[in-house]
Design a protein around this ligand. Structure first.
Ligand code: 0A1
Ligand code: ZN
Length: 881
């Protein structure tokens, strides 16, 4: 039975250079909310080797006029069908002119030109990545067609006082009838996915920036008037990012003005359009009253990410969408380096690895698994995944680690030198990095073409007579859809050895390892390999994969004592956390089969001892006290019962809380809470808030009444959103009697603040277990709920389905048909968001039989639904495979 439409996929191996490209495009756009007219003038280039007729992409365009080389085309001179405009008689150097009408206010998919906000007060903007430009004008909509843009915008001056497009300003003025115009010329050829415009009533804040090569750049952040005061943090973050890219990579900004715009209506996080970045307001606005500490860090990270794209993505772009990770993996990696420099490096690494395990590992382990560079796709928008972004970044990190800091910089310099102004491939990237360092990095290509998370099996043997320690490593990657046989990959393993007293041991090898002193990198590049360490005084405890040196699952038979030793003694924050996570996993596995778990006791004891240590960093302690999430525990099981996982994780936390003790928790909470007053953003203050939340959560498990009282007080006295939301979350999750009034207060206080209201929906959607579904259903009838706004839909449905396993996977399976029904409604409005939310079903095959059956039924009936978008069909079809 074919459940979903089987369109032919697009395949990497079928790539051909474009037969027709565009040297220059002149756009003249007459903006209106219901109807916008787009006139385009393309100067065409034809590859003499290819004799195909001129074909341009165009989706849903109402064609008003068309002419070629100055002559109006008759009906037989062209054909516009199924998203393709075919034009006869064009030759190299031809000029094609078209005029089309598009309808922004009717565009609910938020792809192409659309309206953000209300008809009266909202503004117009575009989103073109990946294939949105074809919804605006006819064009070869592929990233390897780079053109020079001249854009003229015309609109009513009163309704659209601000007119912006990417590039340098090139004139503006008045027109008759209260209209005005503004022109922009972008000197850098770019693919059409980087085109953008914005028009409406917007306010701005700005500052001048002087690049190290002496260019004066105006940095301007735009938003609607009521939130313009929340843009200062982003402007600072932008300046930090620009300085950092100049210092770390020698890359400066290359236009006279850099615009950044915030919108509440956006499908993704943000978009790196050349000279005119557009942000989901969630990742641009920051203010202590509405943003948590995590959100401040996210704003800084996303501002940096989009800015860094100016070189990794825009100046060097992708040849085709299979190469997406060329820009995304690399840019995520650059942002991670930046954030590590701006904040704590080990906390950033912990956060990123936790994210990888929570999002990418499950993707790689199920039916949606795909390589970082997929071999085929149907709907490219479905490939903006954790694999392309997060795993892609891990691959760059491995290569960067192999080259060292200077070598990587040399390689990046060569990459920019060779490919500036071009559309490149992942091979180009690896070649440049390798050539600059006289190293062949081709083996790393397998990481890009092969899906699945490798398992790294490690075994150590100590020869007391010879003082030798032999580490045997082997790797295995399980089959993924369409890839039954896996090749061995180069896996860099950074390691140290610890004596049983917790002291680092010096490392001596036969020269097969990089590094010196007590930390080295060995590279496993075959199926199995042995590494011998000499002059090892006593049987060591190995600390493996330090800093998470490769995106693999490590299998090593640690005893609880060995992990407790690493958790207590490792000097590196990340590895310490990692030992704690592994010990918690062990605790979880053994707890399941009986109550008296040695591992759980070791975990509790080690953490309770760290809790007492004065020298412990507050933020690290908070991370150490947090066991792996429910999704990570589920990832290790062959038959998943989410309710049981939730309960058992809570049992572990309960024991930990008991081990630390009510008195110690209370005392710590009070000490941390004493520091109230104006919320400050420095690392120390953030760390205190983080630990305070964690302590309150632990306390709530063993003394609910006291914790609820403290949480209620914290809620009402909090001076910032971090403390307020933490308190609210404790009250809601523990179903405290005080929850209802706090929720009502929050709802009213933030009635006009969409980003804060999103949190109000989310915190309730995350209430564990059976009650969640009823809560979510009830919230749907709140007047502020709408499926039309992606942030709002995500804040309720996304939070419920993707971040609340015990709630979504309730035992009776009732949440599955519920979500399926919402996905159908959402799909009719916004296919991209529907497809993304549908990935919550990933992993259903490993659920225990009752839930599995219910999920399958819901998915199958969803798949049978008439008229699903290609986006949602592809996800549903794949997830069912
Ligand atoms: N390139 C952006 C992500 C992005 C992708 C698609 C979009 O619309 C469908 C929007 C943004 C980034 O990596 O930030
Ligand atoms: Zn990106």
């Amino acid at each position: 039975m074919t459940l979903v439409s089987e369109t032919t996929p697009i395949r990497l191996r079928d790539y051909r250079p474009p037969a027709w490209s565009v040297e220059a495009i002149e756009l003249e756009i007459d903006l209106g909310i219901d109807s916008t007219e787009v006139s385009s003038r393309l100067t065409l280039r034809n590859d003499p080797q290819q004799s195909t007729p001129l074909r341009l992409d165009g989706e849903g365009l109402e064609l008003l006029a068309i002419s070629l080389d100055g002559r109006k085309l008759e009906a037989h001179g062209y054909r516009y069908e199924q998203g393709v405009l075919e034009v006869h008689g064009a030759h190299d150097g031809s000029v094609l002119e078209t005029r089309v009408r598009v309808r922004p206010a009717a565009n609910t998919a938020l792809e192409g030109l659309y309206l953000s906000g209300s008809r009266e007060h909202g503004f117009l903007l575009t989103q073109c990545e990946a294939e949105g430009f074809r919804h605006i004008s006819f064009f070869p909509d592929r990233p390897d067609v780079l053109a020079r843009y001249t854009v003229t915008l015309r609109a009513d001056r009163e309704r659209f006082p601000v007119l912006l497009a990417g590039g340098n300003p090139a004139g503006s003025g008045d027109l008759p009838d209260g209209r005005h115009w503004a022109r922009f010329i972008d000197p850098h050829p770019k693919p059409c996915y980087l085109f953008a415009l914005v028009a409406g009533r917007l306010e701005n804040i700005q500052r001048d920036y002087l690049t190290t090569d002496g260019r004066k750049v105006k940095l301007v952040i735009w938003s609607e008037a009521n939130v313009i005061d929340c843009c200062h943090y982003a402007l600072d973050a932008l300046e930090r990012s620009m300085r950092w890219d100049e210092r770390s990579y020698g890359r400066s900004f290359d236009l006279d003005v850099f615009h950044v715009v915030a919108t509440h209506d956006f499908n993704m996080g943000a978009m790196e359009n050349k000279g005119l970045n557009i942000f989901n307001a969630k990742y641009l606005l920051a203010d202590p009253d509405t943003s948590t500490d995590d959100e401040y860090r996210a704003v800084e990270a996303v501002v940096a990410h989009e800015y860094f794209h100016n070189w990794t993505g825009n100046r060097v772009t992708c040849r085709d969408w299979f190469q997406l990770s060329l820009k995304e993996g690399l840019t995520v990696f650059r942002e991670q380096q930046f954030s590590a420099d701006m904040n704590s490096a080990s906390l950033k690494r912990i956060e990123d690895v936790a994210l990888l395990r929570r999002t990418q590992f499950p993707e790689d382990a199920g039916p949606l698994a795909h390589p970082v560079r997929p071999a085929e796709y149907r709907e490219i928008n479905n490939f903006y995944t954790a694999t392309v972004y997060e795993k892609g970044s891990e691959l760059v990190r491995m290569v960067a680690g192999r080259l060292g800091q200077e070598g990587f910089r040399r390689g990046m310099d060569l990459y920019f030198e060779r490919h500036d102004g071009q559309a490149a491939t992942i091979e180009d990237f690896l070649s440049a990095l390798g050539d600059a360092n006289h190293i062949d990095l081709a083996a790393y290509l397998t990481w890009y073409s092969q899906a699945g998370t490798p398992r790294l099996h490690a075994k150590g043997e100590y020869d007391a007579a010879r003082h030798e320690y032999t580490l045997s490593l082997s790797q295995q990657t399980r089959p993924t859809p369409g890839e039954p046989d896996k090749k061995p990959l180069p896996i860099p393993v950074k390691l140290s050895l610890f004596g049983r007293d917790g002291q680092l041991l010096p490392l001596h090898t036969d020269g097969e390892a990089q590094g010196d002193g007590a930390e080295k990198v060995i590279v496993l590049d075959r199926a199995t390999q042995r590494f011998v360490f000499k002059q090892v005084a006593s049987s060591p405890v190995p600390s493996l994969l330090r800093g998470f040196s490769a995106p693999v699952v490590l299998e090593y038979n640690y005893t609880p004592d060995e992990l407790a030793l690493l958790l207590t003694h490792d000097a590196d924050g990340f590895n310490r956390w990692e030992a704690g996570q592994q010990l918690a996993m062990l605790a979880f596995d053994t707890l399941r089969d009986g109550d008296d778990s040695v591992a759980c006791r070791a975990w509790c004891k080690a953490l309770a001892a760290l809790f007492e240590q004065d020298a412990m960093d507050n933020a690290l302690l908070a991370d150490l006290l947090t066991p792996p999430g429910e999704i990570e525990f589920a990832d290790r099981q062959s038959e998943v019962d989410p309710a049981r996982i939730h309960a058992q994780r809570e049992t572990m936390q309960h024991r930990l809380a008991e081990q630390i003790g009510i008195d110690a928790l209370l005392a710590r909470y009070r000490a941390l809470a004493a520091d109230a007053g104006e919320p400050r953003l420095d690392a120390g203050s953030q760390a205190r808030r983080r630990l305070k939340r964690c302590v309150l959560e632990l306390l709530a498990l063993i003394d609910a009444e006291q914790a609820n009282t403290l949480a209620a007080r914290q809620y009402s006295t909090a001076s910032g959103m971090t403390d307020r939301l933490a308190a609210l979350s404790v009250l809601v999750r523990r179903r405290a009697p005080q929850a209802a009034s706090a929720l009502a207060h929050f709802r009213e206080r933030y009635a006009d603040n969409p980003l804060a209201l999103d949190k109000w929906f989310t915190v309730q959607a995350q209430v564990p277990d059976e009650p969640a579904l009823a809560v979510v259903r009830k919230l749907e009838s709140d007047p502020a709920f709408t499926l039309k706004n992606p942030n709002r839909a995500r804040s309720l449905l996304g939070a419920f389905a993707s971040t609340n396993p015990s709630g979504f996977h309730r035992a009776d399976g009732a949440a599955y048909p519920y979500l399926a029904e919402r996905l159908v409604q959402l799909d009719a409005l916004n296919p991209q968001i529907a497809a993304r939310l549908a990935t919550a079903f990933n992993g259903w095959q490993r659920l225990e039989p009752l839930r599995r059956h219910a999920a399958q039924q819901a998915l199958e009936s969803l798949a049978r639904h008439e008229g699903l978008s290609p986006n949602l069909s592809e996800i549903v079809g794949n997830v069912l495979k």
